[in-house]
Design a protein around this ligand. Sequence first.
Ligand code: DGT
Ligand code: CA
Ligand code: ZN
Length: 577
Amino acid sequence: MTSNQEIARALQELADLLTMAEGSRQAFRVRAYEKAVAAIQALPGNAAEMTEAQLVAIPGVGKSTAAKIREYVDTGEIARVKALRERFPAEMMEMTRIPGLGPKTVVLLRDQLGIESVDQLSQAIAADEVQGVPGFGRKSQEKIATAIERLGLHGKDRRTPIAEALPIARDLVATLEALDEVSRAQYCGSLRRFRETIADIDIVAASNRPEAVMAAFVQLPIVSEIIGSGDTKTSVLTASGLQIDLRVVKPSQFGSAILYFTGSKQHNIELRQRAIDRGLLLNEYGLEDAESGKVVAAKTENAVYRKLEMPFIPPEMREGIGEVGLEDIPDLVSVEDLRGDLHVHSTWSGDGRSSLDDMVAAAAAQGLEYIAMTEHAEDLRINGLSREQVAAEQIEIERLREEYPELTILHGSELNIGPDGSVDYDPEFLARYDWCLASVHTYFDLSEAEQTDRFITAMQNPAVNAIGHLTGRRIGHRPSIELNARAVFEAAAASGTALEINGHLHRLDVPSELLLQARGIEGLRFTISTDSHHTSEFENLAWGVANARRGWVTRDSVINTLPLDELLEFVARKRTG
Ligand code: DGT
Ligand code: CA
Ligand code: ZN
């Protein structure tokens, strides 16, 4: 059955395409579909089973949206989407990811210069043609060129952000596992290793009837084009041009197959060498004795690692950067270790989408022991809270504390770091909070030295317990700010300030490659948090953990694994100096 996620994705595509047609994300119809996306994502029941009348009854879903949902569920596509895709092909849509290129500008570039893809835009910039177009100067042309370079949007190595690929892969795995013919399915490749961008989705399914599995696969609504189909491997494209490879293997070979297709290539090369050193051969079908050809392990990854005389390597670590050959692997943080979430918003913040009551109820239902409500603060004019609002929310929090005795609700704030490193409010006002993080939301273009100083100044403030989403990047959309990460890490450790690992799939910030650089800094602490703006976002904890594991972050360095009293000691230590 069509999942709510799939429906939400179809509506989001419609909203994106309409943005192009209408020239603005603020257009009434665009907003209507975006509202519907949020409503469907938050829906407890299954939208595919609802009639049009039942759909219209959902707050946020109008009559025309309800009709589109039925059309999608019944036919596997939306005619309006198909028509709009002709006008605005996927390659053209991709140009809107570049900061500064809104829908109107993209259409203008096509009308004036015939540019319909990022590659063509790069060529036009190289030929110095873009700066003649109204609204573009030499400076903005340069800025676009840099953004294309840094976002990895050019050429054949174009990569898809994990936020787009992961939900598709999870849905596919669930759909495949629901087939009678399939005993197990797993997404592999860079996605399983939790890279922030991926080239294609690799899926492995275990079955004794590959032809039936392949036949079912190519029928799925997500498939828009079949590139190649056989009994062992089928490759398809989605409407946005993302490639999905499905491989079907025998259940007895599932372990060695997912091991092989998870990679990385370098990890595989090192495993194969280890096999050779032991008189064995390793490939996707199994680990076998080099002389007799007898299979010694194939069913599970665990069995293969064991026969290679090494510990199981978590997928997030398999990058061939020293993990093969470790006698003991680091005691990585896992999602079960987390007791709380220290970065949560509600509709008190301008960009929150669930009420305070709903957020608290969802956190309690997740079994969290503590959360910090961290609304935006007054310096962020649009989304932040005035002092009166802070006091009013505090009263609500006190009421909820009584309602949910099993959950500790910390009253916190997400402060805004100004260009000079100062934060909102004054020391007396800040003293009322149980927990504060401070984040950069503006002035992304400062120099490396200015950004680094900015953080170091903010961390000197005794009220600042953590730095939120360090680099400010939006994966595939906005590059990281410039900063000297090592200097920031050392200042964080010295000042008793934690670094947030933000689990939002669009952020995953601190990025894992910086986390790897933070290894070995004595006293450095992290907090893994969801930055939830909606009740459905508490699952971001798992994504924050996966990103942390990719950066080899250990359990004992993560403060929200601590019992509440020890967490509060961490806060108190900084305040009392
Ligand atoms: P991607 O797709 O660029 O985001 O990254 P991967 O790691 O998913 O790479 P992909 O899709 O080309 O291949 C999936 C896995 O298959 C890869 O991680 C390891 C394995 N693999 C692919 N080609 C080779 C190869 O030539 N040698 C070895 N040893 N393994 C390979
Ligand atoms: Ca791949
Ligand atoms: Zn936030």
